[in-house]
Write a protein that binds this ligand. Structure first.
Ligand SMILES: [Zn+2]
Length: 274
């Protein structure tokens, strides 16, 4: 479930800790090949990475990309994947699927409880599914561009915010947070939003994501397998008091698709699933 704020901080940590290091050894668990690994080069995944030096670490949407000379490892952790930086002798977490032993003595591990994520080895990033169609990054888009892009989408505003082709990096959790900051009901139709509300949504997106990056940076440190979210205002806070008005936070939906919001601060909208 990592979204832009978590992956942004993971990127920063990896830029400090792994850029310039060489992959000394690749271990795939199980040895026959973890199902999270997709080798688009149709070569030998381990052989291609062994001895390669990590030259760049970048984030694009909900992908984390390790660049090697003429090769990329594009990691899309989806709902349950995460990376871990560990010493060689540190006990492995359950469901560790890939271990990259680095020349620094550390290990970069990919852990995924439900094997939902994907790791694409490719020479062309646009060949990785969902990568080429990503919309702009939230921090790179102007208010006017945001407004213009939004005009192409119909339906409920929360659903639009989580579409990677509209804007990259926002998932279920941060869409809830952004809409709370904007004081907009998650099921408001885009076509019902006034220009003033769209401007508020844009400002809320910037603020919610920037604040979250700072919070995650402070709480995560170099423990990149953690997902600090205790500071969120509404997501996963069902029944707790709204930080703005004190009313209990509402819940709609179930499992990974839940929506949390404040009925007092975020009025209106057609309530579905109730
Ligand atoms: Zn409220």
């Amino acid at each position: 479930m990592p979204e832009l704020p978590e992956l942004e901080v993971v990127k920063e940590v990896l830029q400090r800790c792994v850029v310039g290091t060489q992959i000394a050894r690749v271990e795939i668990v199980p040895p026959g090949g973890a199902i999270v690994i997709r080798d688009l080069t149709r070569g030998d995944f381990s052989a291609a990475l062994t001895g390669a030096t990590i030259s760049v670490v970048a984030r694009r949407g909900k992908f984390l990309v390790l660049s090697f000379p003429s090769l990329y490892l594009a990691i899309n952790p989806k709902l349950t994947g995460r990376l871990q930086l560990a010493g060689r002798s540190d006990k492995r977490m359950a469901k560790t699927h890939l271990v990259l032993a680095l020349s620094s003595g550390d290990e970069l591990r990919y852990v995924d409880q439900k094997t939902m994520g994907q790791l694409y080895l490719t020479r062309d990033l646009n060949a990785a599914p969902d990568f080429a169609g990503l919309g702009p990054e939230p921090f790179d888009i102007s208010r006017d561009e945001f407004r213009a892009r939004l005009q192409k989408y119909r339906g409920e505003i929360k659903g639009i915010l989580t579409r990677g082709d509209f804007i990259a990096g926002i998932g279920n959790a941060y869409a809830d947070e952004i809409l709370w900051h904007a004081r907009l009901h998650p099921y408001r139709k885009r076509t019902q939003l006034t220009p003033e509300e769209i401007a508020r949504l844009y400002e809320a997106m910037q603020r919610a994501l920037r604040d979250a990056v700072e919070q995650v940076r402070a709480e995560m440190g170099e423990q990149i397998h953690l997902k600090p979210r205790d500071f969120l205002a509404v997501h996963m806070k069902t029944g707790e008091p709204c930080p703005r008005c004190g009313a209990p936070i509402s819940l709609v939906g179930a499992n990974q698709r839940i929506t949390n919001f404040c009925r007092t601060c975020q009025p209106g909208g057609l309530i579905k699933g109730m």
